[in-house]
Design a protein around this ligand. Structure first.
Ligand SMILES: NC(=O)c1ccc[n+]([C@@H]2O[C@H](COP(=O)([O-])OP(=O)(O)OC[C@H]3O[C@@H](n4cnc5c(N)ncnc54)[C@H](O)[C@@H]3O)[C@@H](O)[C@H]2O)c1
Ligand SMILES: O=C/C=C/C=C(\O)C(=O)O
Length: 505
């Protein structure tokens, strides 16, 4: 087997970049480590500024041809990519689980089918985009959705292929070319996507994948003057760097960032449902941007709710994400574990009380070297227990900052006003969940919440036609449905005079 291929659970994955339809080796590599057991998954290309330049050049060269490809043909090719994803669904699911530690059963049943759906949905949507004509004093106004050019897509590790294709599908459908830079903590499925796209017949240079570290190749991509769009999903500090860098060339950015979303439980709610909703927030070991990690409960039901939630949370099964019986897998990386554990320790020191969970062991995880810590991983040290903290102050770090781990806080309220105030009182605004049995209350409260998505008596029900994104520090812009095309297209209005023609028979 070539030195550029690694094998993960008998799936061969190319560890090189994919630029202009070719595999490109790097002089330097980095080791990709599985969060399941700390084993090495391969040596991955560590991209440089030169690789970034080559990828943008390839995307630029491929752009005119792809932009001129009729929408129906682009849609057909993206449909073929969706079929390719479905054909390799099991391999994608297994590789993703080894790479980021999220549950195999979720990847099989939910995530990878959704990856295929991302392509199918946007391919179809493209063909239905409104090309509305209207008239002004007899002049025809025609709106067209022109592709913008090379798009840089930078994505995180918590849902690697889902989030990458959520951006790549509309960008490609619109007629843009793409350079995808997946997270260095979960680089593998992006490489498989490149193989799938090639097999589907996507022309060279239309989809490029560059591997490596954010501050190196990621930063070089964002700073490149020939890039026409940057779409980023990740953390707030990185978003600020990306926005500042993109500003130098006025490159439009779409930012989908973190959250500290509330779950409001009113006394009139179905408490069983409310407890189910709270438990869902431990999915993916809490490494979900949308997670409603601040549970706000109306005082009269707080005791009963807390007892039920604590009982259920303590019974969640934590372990190997490949085991179908597992509810909670590991955190992604020793550094993430250290971060989560630090938040909890500081919260406890500030007076918080543990209802369930707490830190994983007496030994501080991750060893002395936060950049490595592989021993802790091998010992199963990345398995942080589902944790519920109470007695937390509204202005405390644990209530205000995104933990990105299986840690919920519980606060109580007595009035609807207070509930809304607490819900809105962070710098984030990604999502909110409301549990109530009263329609009128749901309407009133929803209207006052600052959030990109509000779920009432449900959670994480997604329709790709809806706008998705966050307010305040949770992001800039919305993607999803036609909003994706708003971002990835240069909209053009053509105004034609009624009598301006000089046609000769
Ligand atoms: N709103 C959403 O849709 C959504 C979805 C998932 C995750 N998130 C957020 O993502 C965060 C977790 O992901 P993460 O830890 O991978 O985030 P991160 O910001 O550390 O990294 C995200 C990506 O940015 C790259 N990057 C880092 N520095 C860069 C730079 N200077 N220039 C260009 N690229 C750079 C990384 O390599 C990675 O690919 C959480 O805050 C979470 O809430 C948001
Ligand atoms: O962790 C964040 C998950 C985000 C989900 C989506 O962006 C999606 O469903 O498209």
């Amino acid at each position: 087997m070539s030195e550029h291929l690694t094998t993960v659970a008998s799936v061969a994955v190319d560890t090189r970049h994919f630029i202009g339809g070719e595999r490109v080796a790097a002089t330097e590599t980095f080791t990709d480590v599985s969060p399941i057991d700390g084993s090495s998954l391969g040596e991955i290309a560590r991209g440089t500024g030169t690789d970034a330049g080559a990828a943008v050049a390839a995307a630029r060269a491929a752009f005119p041809g792809w932009a001129a490809t009729p929408p129906a043909e682009r849609a057909r090719l993206l449909e073929a990519v969706a079929e390719g994803v479905e054909k390799r669904l099991e391999e994608l699911a297994v590789v993703e689980t080894h790479d980021n530690g999220a549950l195999l059963r979720s990847h099989r049943r939910g995530v990878m089918p959704r990856v295929a759906h991302n392509f199918r949905f946007f391919a179809d949507r493209l063909l239905k985009l409104g090309h509305e004509d209207f008239a002004t004093r007899g002049h025809t106004q025609h709106v067209s959705w022109d592709p913008a050019g090379p798009c840089v897509l930078i994505t995180p590790w918590n849902a690697p292929l889902l989030l990458a294709t959520w951006k790549a599908a509309p960008a490609l459908a619109a007629g843009n070319t793409v350079i995808l830079k997946p997270s260095e903590w979960s680089p593998l499925t992006a490489s498989l996507l490149a193989d799938i796209a090639t097999a589907a017949g996507l022309p060279p240079g239309v989809l490029n994948v560059v591997q490596g570290y954010g501050p190196e190749v990621g930063a070089a991509l964002v700073a490149h003057p020939d890039v026409r769009r940057v779409s980023f999903t990740g953390s707030v500090p990185t978003a600020k760097r990306i926005a500042a860098s993109a500003a130098a060339h006025l490159t439009p950015v779409s930012l989908e960032l973190g959250g500290k979303s509330p779950l409001l439980v009113f006394a009139d709610a179905d408490l069983d449902l409310a407890v189910d909703l709270a438990l869902e927030q431990y999915d993916n070991a809490g490494q979900v941007c949308l997670a409603a990690t601040r549970v706000l409960v109306e005082r009269p039901v707080a005791g009963e709710f807390t007892r039920r939630l604590a009982g259920r949370a303590a019974r969640l099964r934590q372990g190997d994400p490949r085991d179908p019986a597992t509810d909670l897998g590991p955190l992604i990386h020793p550094r993430q574990l250290e971060k989560v554990d630090g938040f909890v320790r500081r919260a406890l020191a500030a007076g918080a009380r543990t209802v369930v969970g707490g830190h994983p062991s007496a030994d501080h995880p991750g060893g002395d070297d936060p950049g490595d810590g592989r021993d802790a991983a091998r010992e199963g040290g990345l398995y942080y227990p589902p944790t519920l903290l109470t007695d937390v102050a509204q202005d405390s770090e644990i209530v205000q900052e995104e933990v990105f781990g299986p840690v919920l806080t519980l606060q109580t309220f007595t009035t609807e006003d207070e509930a809304v105030h607490l819900a809105n009182d962070t710098r984030f605004g990604l999502a909110a969940t409301v549990a109530t049995g009263d329609h009128e209350r749901a309407r009133r409260v929803t209207a006052r919440l600052v959030a990109g998505t509000v779920w009432v008596n449900c959670f994480y029900v997604r329709d790709l036609r809806a706008p998705f994104g966050g307010s305040r520090h949770s992001g800039i812009g919305r993607e999803g449905g036609d909003w994706s095309f708003d971002f990835y297209c240069d909209l053009k209005t053509t105004v034609t005079a009624p009598n301006g023609w000089t046609d000769h028979e």
